[in-house]
Design a protein around this ligand. Structure first.
Ligand code: GLC
Ligand code: GLC
Length: 648
């Protein structure tokens, strides 16, 4: 929309701040700036209009954007323009990702290049490398406490090594996703160090307080993220003689985004990393960036304004870069991170489908898909041209973040149901096959999340220990079932490194003082390359998981209907153990039918197919390439069996 104030402001900035860069700025940059400036400006005014540094901060913002644009390497400018012609490029069925810790995977950044063949073998063409930038040796939260956003942590290598990785990935047609830790810095970041030395200017980069009065008022409405290891949301810092807001760990200081300089400096960090060759930013803990007393300090409207500013400014400089929201919150709140536009995202291009992840684990525990269906029936809409990141496990704990009303609708009591899930996955329930641990039990809310690797939660650890062949078989079937769903659901599937070879829990963190208070390390094992060799040994669990995944990935890439066209359709099966959905696109279709129970199940074909593009009399399972027949009006499924049905 034409906004005369913004128009005049831009004119003024072009004649002043941008003047010095004029000749070096590309026409494309100028065009995009003109097109997006009023969206940027209106948000900046909304957030910072009253701030004493409004004008200089705005000038600094434009200056940083101009400098980043001029510094953007030619090969990235090229990919920018290709992607501008193909917005929504990340919705493609062709993309399959793996996330990994560089040091735990293969020593360091050089080690990534050595293993490109491994990714190719599996079919992975996008890498999420866990936090890479400089971070203290011990107080690092796995790299999520950043002390320098412009320097690679020496334990992984150098900035030159990162450049070599981006080049190698580009050359082999792979995408790179890196974390951007947007909500907090390490207390060893130079801003925090200056704050500790008493510099008021930098104390205002964080939420600092002279005494406990205000923090205590905040606390009344703020939940705790790490109640066991880091209770409370504020920490007293002796050198500063002040309290500072620390929502996560005590050494992770929350940035004060009510200060416009914080936004500008952090945007500058984003743009610097973008120019290193990042394709996608995983924006960490996005729900938390805006705080307001009397609220939970999560999902606030101004948090969205901040993220929209990040996106819009980056779009001017580096339009080929995409953003992923890590918002592990309720389904209704998650979709808000796609922004407020209906046709394309003006905020994040993708979001973690934390709801699906939790629903799948719920279905594994209960062997019922009732809650999953209730939730998906009621799924909030996301804008076109945005997509999900679908995953079974990641480096974090599992929180059962679906809605209570969907549990109720399914006939369960929410509190009792959630308690059951924790017990089931921590092996504290008779008949459970799962070997997880409770994460961050909070006695005040009687709440806990769950840690554990995919294979161990799916039963492989216990069954192997017991020498239970049927148990081993079932656990492998569960793993493949879950992978089969994330590959077909719609969105980018992300395999968690190690899960492709069914790695079990790693209990060695208990002996490491820097990790023992955080049991998420139990599912962050060092990649076992010897075990990986077994992927070639027929019948080993490794081969059965790896090869199934490899096969499904290659099938997915040849099925355009599996790209994300907002074409997920839930199918009512009337069998609570069987989950089904269809993905139609331009006359083609795949229907996934999945049995979540460890015995045979059947579904009526008159329920599955009435609105389907699939002909029940001439269909096949893409996974086995075998004809599938309806018998006496029913489709049969073996324990944990799943089909990808398609027309013959
Ligand atoms: C994110 C990360 C998690 C980390 C937290 C704080 O949610 O995934 O590992 O502890 O943010 O940065
Ligand atoms: C909370 C946060 C999420 C973080 C996780 C770490 O769930 O919402 O961002 O990853 O804690 O345990």
């Amino acid at each position: 929309m034409y906004n005369p104030t913004a128009h005049l402001k831009l004119k003024e900035l072009k004649a002043s701040t941008l003047k010095a860069y004029d000749e070096k700025l590309s026409a494309d940059f100028q065009t995009r700036l003109t097109a997006l400036f009023s969206d940027i400006f209106s948000r900046f005014v909304k957030l910072y209009g009253e701030h004493e540094h409004f004008q200089p901060a705005l000038e600094l913002l434009l200056q940083k954007m101009a400098e980043a644009s001029i510094g953007r390497p030619a090969y990235l400018l090229k990919s920018d323009s290709l992607r501008e012609e193909n917005p929504g490029w990340f919705c493609s069925e062709d993309i399959v990702a793996m996330m990994l810790y560089v040091d735990r995977f293969n020593k360091d950044l050089k080690g990534i290049i050595e293993k490109l063949d491994y990714f190719d073998e599996l079919g992975v063409n996008m890498l999420h490398l866990m936090p890479l930038f400089d971070s203290p040796k011990f107080k690092s939260d796995g790299g999520y406490a950043v002390s320098n956003y412009k320097k690679v942590d020496p334990k992984f290598g150098t900035n030159a090594d990162l450049k070599a990785v981006t080049k190698a990935l580009k050359k082999s047609n792979k995408l790179l996703m890196l974390d951007f830790v947007v909500n907090h810095t390490s207390d060893e970041h130079e801003w925090a160090k200056k704050a500790k030395k008493g510099e008021a200017f930098y104390q205002d980069y964080y939420y600092t307080f002279d005494n406990k009065t205000v923090p205590m008022l905040f606390e009344q409405a703020m939940p705790e993220v790490f109640p066991e290891s880091a209770p409370g949301n504020f920490t007293f810092d002796q050198s500063m003689d002040k309290w500072v807001m620390t929502v996560f760990n005590q050494y992770q200081w929350d940035l004060n985004y009510t200060n416009p300089y914080v936004f500008v400096e952090m945007l500058n960090n984003v743009l610097t990393q973008a120019n290193m060759g990042v394709d996608i930013f995983r924006m960490d803990a996005v729900a938390f960036v805006w705080k307001q007393m009397g609220t939970s300090c999560q999902n606030l409207p101004n948090a969205h304004q901040i993220h929209q500013l990040f996106k819009l400014c980056t779009q001017v400089v580096a339009p080929g870069v995409a953003f992923l929201a890590e918002a592990i919150v309720t389904p209704e709140e998650i979709v808000k991170y796609f922004g407020s536009s209906e046709v394309w995202s003006n905020e994040h291009d993708m979001a973690y489908n934390a709801t699906l992840m939790a629903l799948m684990w719920n279905s594994i525990a209960t062997r019922s898909t009732r809650v999953m269906k209730a939730s998906l029936r009621d799924k909030p809409k996301k804008p076109k041209g945005t997509t999900w990141v679908n995953y079974v496990r990641c480096h974090d704990d599992i929180g059962m973040g679906f809605e209570d009303r969907h549990i109720q609708e399914s006939g369960f009591d929410p509190a009792a149901h959630r308690k059951f899930l924790t017990k089931f996955f921590t092996g504290d329930f008779n008949g459970s096959f799962a070997k997880g641990m409770p994460f961050m039990y909070n006695p005040k809310t009687d709440d806990a999340r769950i840690s554990g690797s995919l294979a161990s939660l799916a039963g492989l650890e216990q069954a192997t220990k017991e020498g239970n062949d049927l148990g081993i078989k079932r656990s492998i079937a569960r793993i493949n079932l879950l992978h089969g769903i994330i590959l077909a659901f719609g969105g980018i599937p992300v395999i968690y490194s190690g899960d492709e070879i069914a790695m079990l829990n790693d209990y060695s963190f208990l002996e490491d003082e820097s990790k023992s208070d955080d049991n998420r390390w139990m599912h962050r094992p060092k990649m076992d390359w010897q075990l990986a060799e077994k992927r070639k040994q027929k019948k080993s669990p490794q081969a059965q998981v790896f090869q199934a995944l490899q096969h499904m990935i290659s099938l997915r890439k040849n099925c355009p209907e599996l790209g994300d066209h907002n074409n997920f359709k839930l199918i009512e099966t009337s069998n609570e153990h069987v989950f089904a959905f269809e993905r139609q696109w331009q006359g083609k279709s795949i229907m996934v039918v999945a049995n979540f129970r460890d015995d045979d199940q059947q579904v009526y074909s008159h329920l599955l197919f009435p609105q389907s593009l699939i002909n029940p009399f001439a269909m096949k399972d893409l996974l086995t390439d075998q004809k599938v027949q309806v018998e006496e009006g029913r489709l049969y499924l073996a324990p944990y069996q799943f089909y990808w049905l398609t027309n013959q």
